[in-house]
Design a protein around this ligand. Structure first.
Ligand code: HEM
Length: 400
């Protein structure tokens, strides 16, 4: 007699408004079902546990990045981008800009970024009340990434909408993704009009065109590379900073720990990123039959969903995962991905977010907040607005 393992499956729609508002109960249910769970509606596999998600990210030969996008229309549009390409082609695309974003290059920006952070925090404090998304979290990554890429100023009013659309169309083609398609077409059309001289001298954008001139990448890779960097560096970091303010406002004891020991800031940021992953899900495509978990086989060609946000709350990996604890230092969280496609901009993102947290910790003792509004996007979990109605400052001169 042969026994076959029953396939765990679920009819949960991870992209419904309800699940996007609070995906964590659904994630827990999926994790409890298994390391890989068949999602009936999407005809795809979810990897909800830390180990299974990390395993897929670490094995590009079995879990190809050609499946990053969860719908075919957009997947075809983004063939050949850094995010959707496997080695060896990926290695070349990534090398064009990763050096500019590596820890050594980013360290050179440290002083300027920290001064800009102090200045911005002084400004919002002077306002009295402010919106932590629009007035604080958005201003900073937007200006840093925009300047680094060296895009012409005419793009400024559109970048945030384009970046938001880029992330939402990477999900399944639901109404939300369909709505984002107009912005994507507009973004690609505009990027296609750019030539090397439109990008500021010495910028990362100019470096992309230089690489094409030198024959390191094909000319048609320029636009997708620019799009990847412009979109990837904005929404994600905005989300991380806004989530940080929200978590510190709602966990005042944890904020006290950060204020009294700024050495905890890197650990606190790791915990912010673990607790609410800015990118909740991206896909992969199985290149062969592969067994995951207890005898469950994901079949060759299957669409796979890597649930970063669920892996980060896996009780099998992080004890008491729903507790926000700034001393936990979960440096192995999945929020920057892992393996070949691990975030190319993480050194910059960390520097930006840590500088803002540091600047806030020097001055603010307590945040008083109104009701936050969630922004619904298929892959990024962020806030639309977070009203900070008042702040209490530390007594005496700013803390060092
Ligand atoms: C807190 C902020 C950020 C988060 C949470 C984040 C998250 C991620 C994640 C999860 C991936 C992996 C995708 C995968 O597994 O397929 C990724 C890749 C990437 N990120 Fe970030 N990111 C952030 C900031 C940035 C910044 C500031 C930049 C650039 C200015 C950037 C550029 C990129 C690029 C180019 C890739 C593609 C890397 C590749 O495919 O090899 N990211 N990011």
């Amino acid at each position: 007699m042969t026994f076959t393992t029953p396939i765990p499956h679920s009819d949960i729609d991870l992209f419904s408004d309800e699940a996007l508002r609070d995906p964590y109960p659904a994630y827990r249910a999926l994790r409890d079902q298994g390391a890989a769970v068949r999602l009936d509606a999407l005809e795809a596999w979810a990897l909800p546990r830390y180990e299974s998600a990390r395993r897929a990210l670490g094995d590009w030969e079995t879990f190809s990045a050609s499946g990053v996008v969860l719908n075919e229309t957009v997947a075809e549009m983004v063939v050949g981008t850094v995010l959707t390409t496997d080695p060896p082609a990926h290695t070349v695309l990534r090398s064009v800009l990763s050096e500019r974003l590596g820890p050594r290059s980013v360290r050179r920006l440290a002083k300027e970024i920290s001064q800009r952070a102090d200045h911005l925090v002084d400004e919002v404090i002077d306002k009295g009340g402010f919106d932590a998304v629009a007035d604080l979290a958005t201003v900073f990554p937007f200006s840093v990434v925009f300047d680094m890429i060296g895009l012409p100023d005419e793009a400024r009013p559109n970048i945030l909408r384009w970046a938001d659309a880029t992330f939402t169309v990477m999900g399944p083609m639901n109404a939300r993704a369909a709505e984002g398609m107009g912005s994507i077409a507009e973004m690609f059309q505009w990027l296609a009009t750019l030539g090397p001289t439109d990008l500021k001298d010495g910028s990362m954008g100019r470096a992309v065109f230089d690489a094409a001139d030198e024959g390191r990448i094909r000319p048609e890779s320029c636009v997708p590379l620019l799009a990847a960097y412009a979109a990837a560096g904005v929404d994600t970091t905005i989300t991380a900073i806004a989530n940080a303010v929200h978590l510190f406002a709602t966990h005042p004891d944890e904020w006290d720990r950060v204020c009294s020991d700024p050495g905890l800031i890197p650990s606190a940021l790791n915990e912010v990123l673990r607790y609410d992953a800015p990118v909740q899900v991206f896909g992969r495509r199985a290149t062969r039959d592969v067994e995951i978990g207890d005898g469950v086989t994901i079949e060759e060609g299957a669409q796979v969903l890597v649930l970063y946000g669920s892996g980060n709350r896996d009780e099998r990996h992080y004890p008491d995962p729903d507790r926000f604890d700034v001393g936990r230092n979960p440096a192995d969280h999945l929020s920057f991905g892992y393996g070949t496609h691990a975030c190319a901009g993480q050194a910059l993102a960390k520097m930006e977010a840590q500088s803002i947290i540091g600047a806030l910790a020097k001055r603010i003792h307590r945040f008083h907040i109104g009701t936050p509004t969630r922004h619904l996007n298929n892959t990024v979990r962020g806030l639309e607005s977070l009203p900070v109605t008042a702040v209490d400052l530390h007594p005496g001169p700013p803390q060092l």
